[in-house]
Design a protein. Sequence first.
Length: 219
Amino acid sequence: MSIHSRPVLYYRWTVFLLAAGYCLYQMLFGSWTGPGGPFRYLTIWALFLSFYAASRMLARTERRITRAHEVTAMSTAVLNVMVVFLYWRLYLTDPALVNNGGPIIWWLEYYLHGLGPALQIIDALFIGAVFRRVWRAIFPLMAIIGAYVAWAELFVQRFNERPVGSVTSGLPYPFLNNLELPERAMFYVVNAGTALGLLVVFGLLGAVIYRATGQRQSA
């Protein structure tokens, strides 16, 4: 299917408008109770990256740009998988680990940690077919993760008093405040490694799909 076809245009408009709407909601009604606001959370970083990626994919379909933005789409897809995996693993272990024990707002949480990431991954893997030469996304992906870790440790923790843990306070996710710095560093390293592993998996999966379907051109 051509990336300029009507079905792709409608799909990408849908993905773009949903991402734009949720970004606007976060700006107006997000958790601004502490310094950093909703941007304290990796989920919101992934949301705004998804919005940017969706805008570039839509612009490509409408022939407003020629750059494929493959690295943008790859980094967005991997970051979204990380967010989904981390969130639901922690939530199913104990909701207090991520939500301070508060109830889920279903239309928000299921989009941020389900539908939204799925829409981005479908585009990147099946429509845009961007998972080629995945090594190009290693540095941007690690830069995003490193920037978030630095933001959380150097700004969010310093200027926020809650959540409070047994070791420290202020880190955006409650469980992090129960870990010593070396333990947190190991957690960050493991998850960065997981991101690289996901990138490889997507690359292998993409190679199989693109060979089987004969897709030669990315979006």
